[in-house]
Design a protein around this ligand. Structure first.
Ligand code: ADP
Length: 706
């Protein structure tokens, strides 16, 4: 009925052509049974009238209510796209493309016509496009050129509760444009039941609450003897168990990184190599779109689909056929430690709302089961909601974006303002790399802001190009943040074998130079023999391919944004390696560490007064090197603080940096600390071995007397 009214309205305004009418009538038939059961459907008139009557509206739609797929359609059908596009933002690319495909399908067209998407370098739109799904990052980028959002009549910020950094910045920019665009409609949709933060930010605005719809999902907790295992092994074991024991239905298993996913896919396939009743697929943000798309296709007849995914599969997406979810309860998060001024990639416990979202993936299209690999007690102790990204990561990139928008970050209207200390440290880094000077973005800063990477690496690429080592600089930047290139798994003897194979790649210039060495050799292989070469050398082909893709992305951006055309040609190592190593020192000089003179003591992070150990997988460990000075890219927190991505520093570079005031610390004071620590460790070691020795003889005596 609603559709008929809509059609009549549009007919009389002659805004609709016959092709559109056809779309509507076909849609009427299909949509009825597909979407009329969704909770949003019963409230669609209310949604349309609320959005029409208010400039900003908030919709709290619990999971499965239909908020990601339906709201944009209702607004479109009500004519809100007559004077501009309806854009719906998502924090993740996979969600944006799969939602666009789904909504296009519901509207009986193919994606790229009435409904399109624009994410990263991929765009599928046409003149007919009225609804466009985008990443929040993309809309923010477009807003740089058009701060009034003039192409859009309506902006839907979906999954606002996730509080990605781009969502937060967008909300700030949108708030500023509201007075300049009184006719602009803004809808904030969120899955949490606490809209206060957004209401407070925008002032008074209506809040509609819509119940969710989920088919029943049984939660299965681990047995008492399970739960202490390494989560990756536990996930693989449980996936194998479900595949063997449970009835038909697809499986979705949550892991934390692309590397784990690849490993589990391989192990799973190996475990069932004699059967062909399954298809095993990875899902994470580093895959090519065609590879990602595969998980959304129905599984081949008679085969079970098994998807190993990162938390990119957690919200907003529906993988048809998933009946079993296996939840490890962990995810990898980039966390910035302001005291140490280092980004650290940590495996952290997920929040309770993430656990519920994960469970929800099993009840999207039918009832299901969720196997949790953590105890009920752990669940009860989980944090309720995720901390906003802007309060979690290095702010440099975000602040630089603001500068580029012409906004002074010190005066920006943040949804939740990061602590002044965090802002100050980020500003310090931006000044350090020359992106900002006297509270204004520099030409170099504008250049850096175009690159989708940490400004520190943006500056590295900038300098590398200036120094004539651009391609190597881009490869090194792309290596940062990837999983290890070296495979090291299986039995002890397999691990030893992998360790032996690694030695010849290890470069005295440290981990980045080692990664570059591997990349060079991999790159020199013919395309068809790359995979064989990788297995011969225990190298992860996917990681290398991922790096090559990031390099291509950066090269494309440089071409598009800066008009810089670069040939992908690597220079002979002997001509460039020392220069690159010195550049790495300069970029990480804030994290300079001094050897404390004893194996047990490790390294002192000079300007942070923190002690770190060399990570066992570092190439320095393989080569048995313990240089006096190193710079490190990040600290990995496990049982101890481990320094990873290490570059040894030459004395002459350090002296020069101190003389040029690029580094400011008291060399003598640091060196005397080294002597103290070394003595302390030696004495400690002696005391310890004496103690153990005497306890040992004591115990033996006791044993004898018994
Ligand atoms: P929300 O954002 O409120 O969690 P969505 O709008 O994404 O919900 O989807 C609502 C419902 O529509 C899902 O629970 C599912 O039943 C159905 N749905 C969405 N996308 C698909 C799809 N690709 N295939 C099958 N069903 C889907």
């Amino acid at each position: 009925k609603c559709m008929d009214e809509m059609l009549k309205k549009h007919k009389s305004s002659k805004k609709i052509n016959s092709a559109m009418k056809l779309v509507y009538s076909e849609f009427q038939i299909e949509c009825k049974h597909l979407t009329s059961a969704l909770p949003m459907y019963a409230r669609r008139n209310e949604i349309v009238s609320t959005v029409t009557e208010n400039q900003v509206s908030i919709i709290i739609g619990e999971t499965g209510s239909g908020k990601s797929t339906q709201v944009a359609q209702y607004l479109y059908q009500a004519g809100l796209a007559d004077s501009g596009l309806i854009v719906c933002t998502q924090p993740r690319k996979i969600a944006a493309t799969s939602l666009a495909t789904r909504v296009a399908h519901e509207l009986n067209t193919s994606v790229g016509n009435l409904v399109g998407y624009h994410v990263g370098m991929q765009m599928k739109t046409s003149h007919a496009t009225k609804i466009i799904y985008m990443t929040d990052q993309m809309l923010l980028n477009l807003c740089l050129k058009d701060e009034k959002f003039s192409k859009y009549s309506c902006i839907i910020i979906d999954e606002a509760h996730e509080r990605s950094i781009y969502t937060d910045l967008l909300l700030g920019m949108i708030k500023t444009s509201l007075t300049k665009r009184p006719e602009l409609k803004v809808v904030i949709t969120s899955a949490t039941i606490e809209p206060e933060i957004f209401v407070n930010f925008f002032g008074t605005c209506p809040v509609l609450k819509i119940a969710g719809r989920m088919f029943p999902v049984d939660v299965i907790w681990p047995h008492e003897n399970e739960g202490d295992e390494d989560y990756e092994r536990a996930a693989l074991k449980k996936t194998i168990y479900v595949h063997e024991k449970e009835q038909s239905g697809d499986i979705l298993t949550f892991l934390t990184s692309p590397l784990e996913i690849e490993k589990c896919c391989n192990s799973f396939e190996k475990a069932f190599q004699d059967t062909n009743n399954f298809i095993c697929l990875p899902l994470h943000g580093r895959l090519q779109p065609q590879e990602q798309q595969k998980v959304f296709e129905p599984s081949p007849v008679g085969k079970r689909k098994i998807v190993f995914a990162t938390n990119s599969a957690e919200t907003s997406i529906t993988i048809p056929g998933i009946k079993y979810v296996i939840d490890t309860g962990v995810a990898k998060e980039m966390l910035y430690d302001p005291k140490k001024n280092i980004n650290a990639l940590n495996v952290t416990n997920i929040t309770r709302s993430s656990a519920e979202q994960r469970k929800g993936r099993a009840g999207r299209t039918e009832s299901g089961k969720c196997y949790r690999l953590y105890t009920e007690n752990t669940y009860n102790n989980m944090e309720t909601n995720t901390k906003p990204e802007i309060l979690r990561i290095h702010l440099g990139q975000a602040l630089l974006k603001l500068y580029e928008l012409g906004v002074n970050p010190l005066q920006f209207d943040f949804v939740q303002k990061p602590s002044q200390h965090l802002i100050d440290t980020a500003m310090e880094t931006l000044e350090l790399v020359g992106a900002v000077s006297q509270n204004k973005i520099t030409e170099r800063g504008k250049w850096i802001a175009k690159l989708p990477i940490d400004p520190k690496f943006g500056a590295f690429v900038y300098e590398a190009i200036e120094e004539g080592v651009g391609i190597e600089g881009i490869v090194l930047s792309a290596c940062c943040g990837t999983s290890s290139m070296f495979y090291r798994s299986g039995s002890e003897s397999q691990k030893n074998e992998a360790d032996k194979r690694k030695v010849r790649f290890c470069h005295e210039g440290g981990d980045f130079m080692t990664m570059l060495t591997v990349f060079r050799e991999w790159h020199n292989q013919q395309e068809k023999s790359k995979s064989h070469w990788c297995s011969q050398n225990s190298i992860n082909n996917k990681v290398l391919r991922g790096i090559r893709e990031t390099v291509n992305e950066i090269l494309n951006i440089l071409k598009k944004e800066q008009g810089i055309l670069m040939q992908f040609q690597l220079k002979p190592p002997k001509d460039v390696d020392e220069k690159l190593q010195e550049m790495l020192f300069k970029i990480f000089r804030q994290n300079i560490c001094h050897y404390l003179g004893h194996d047990k003591a490790g390294y002192l992070v000079v300007q942070k007064d923190q002690i770190v150990q060399i990570f066992p997988a570092s190439s320095l460990k393989t080569l048995g090197l313990q240089p006096d000075w190193i710079v490190i890219e990040r600290v990995l927190k496990t049982s101890r603080d481990f320094a990873t991505n290490i570059t040894p520093v030459k004395d002459s570079w350090l002296q020069k940096a101190l003389a040029d005031n690029l580094l400011k610390f008291d060399l003598n004071a640091v060196q005397s600390q080294r002597v103290e620590q070394a003595v302390f460790c030696e004495v400690g070691e002696k005391l310890f071995s004496n103690f153990v020795g005497s306890r040992y003889s004591e115990l033996r005596n006791v044993e004898k007397t018994m």
